[in-house]
Design a protein around this ligand. Structure first.
Ligand code: XIL
Length: 303
């Protein structure tokens, strides 16, 4: 295979990228996107502040541009994300109790309904757990005002809104099999499966840097989630660094996914380095002139 998407397809997987609507007019960007990738995730355009900036009035223009582009190229689309504490419009934090509950459910229903049948997987809930050793829930407005049950409620609402989409829980720092945050998410997924709460996948964001390197038990972590009966997707991969060291880290991540049949796809969080959300770094597979980096060739070999 000569592209990431073709190489991943040989084992039935997708290889995706986070895409920003405002780059779709740039020919080099679109050339590489269309050539290499078989899935897209809108980087910001499906978030709550973008899709429902004021209550009950929905705006899908930028997200639609990405979806239309992806469909015209036969690419899959990951939906990101429905319930998250960040990039949340101010009006949501003015709501309490059942008013907040119905706003959350309506948001899920409307956004998923707009894209029904077009999204292969949705990040229904994003980043709901605290960092560090507590394994506690993050104290978002949803957690504080609706209690633990909001996550399960979001998944049930999501299943009804688009029964054909895979429903994912997505988070960062859940890459180490034994970390407290990982254990907490694992226990939640196990409980959901035991009680029949609809969940189909766990998204490992997998943002790595020197503070949070690729864990040595990363493959074991993918295996333990898969053993619960959910798919695993690597959803926002980027790895700080350069040259051979960066390439070998990318290789390890891709090899870990390839070793587990329920690891069904990988998405990198951007295409060229200069568009990375990590403003000062070089964490992606293409340099700022769209040249393939050593990390690109390591990924291509490992797929
Ligand atoms: C980031 C985007 O890449 C930035 O453009 C934006 O300013 C902030 O959000 N976890 C997530 C993603 O789930 O949505 C975040 O994306 C990166 C961390």
């Amino acid at each position: 295979a000569s592209t990431l998407g073709e190489a991943a397809a040989e084992s039935g997987r997708y290889f995706g990228a986070a895409v920003a609507a405002n780059h779709l007019g740039e020919s080099q960007y679109v050339t590489v996107l269309n050539r290499e990738f078989t899935s897209v995730t809108p980087e910001n355009e499906m978030k709550w502040d973008a899709t429902e900036p004021s209550r009950g009035s929905f705006s899908f223009g930028n997200a639609d541009r990405i979806v239309n582009h992806a469909q015209s190229q036969g690419m899959k689309i990951r939906g990101h994300t429905l319930v998250w504490h960040s990039q949340l419009p101010g009006w949501v934090s003015g709501l309490w109790g059942d008013d907040l509950r119905s706003a959350m459910n309506n948001h899920i229903t409307q956004v998923m309904g707009h894209y029904r049948g077009k999204i292969h997987s949705w990040d229904v809930v994003n980043e709901a757990f605290e960092d560090g050793g507590s394994g506690a829930r993050r104290q978002s407005v949803f957690q504080q005002r609706l209690g633990d049950g909001y996550i399960e409620e979001a998944f049930r609402t999501a299943r009804a809104a688009d029964p054909n989409a895979k429903l994912c829980y997505n988070d960062y720092n859940i890459d180490d099999a034994n970390a407290a945050k990982t254990r907490a998410v694992y226990n939640m997924v196990r409980d959901f499966k035991a009680r029949g709460v609809p969940i189909d996948c766990v998204g490992l964001q997998s943002h790595f840097n020197s503070q949070s390197p690729v864990p040595s038990n990363y493959q074991q972590n993918i295996e333990q989630f898969a053993a619960l009966g959910v798919d695993v997707q690597i959803t926002e991969l980027d790895i700080e660094g350069s040259g051979t060291a960066q390439a070998e880290n990318y290789r390890r991540v891709v090899q870990a996914c390839m070793a587990v049949s329920r690891c069904t796809g990988i998405t990198v969080w951007g295409i060229p380095d200069h568009y990375s959300w990590r403003a000062s770094g070089t964490p992606l597979l293409f340099d700022s002139n769209y040249n393939k980096k050593p990390a690109y060739y390591a990924v291509l070999e490992a797929l």
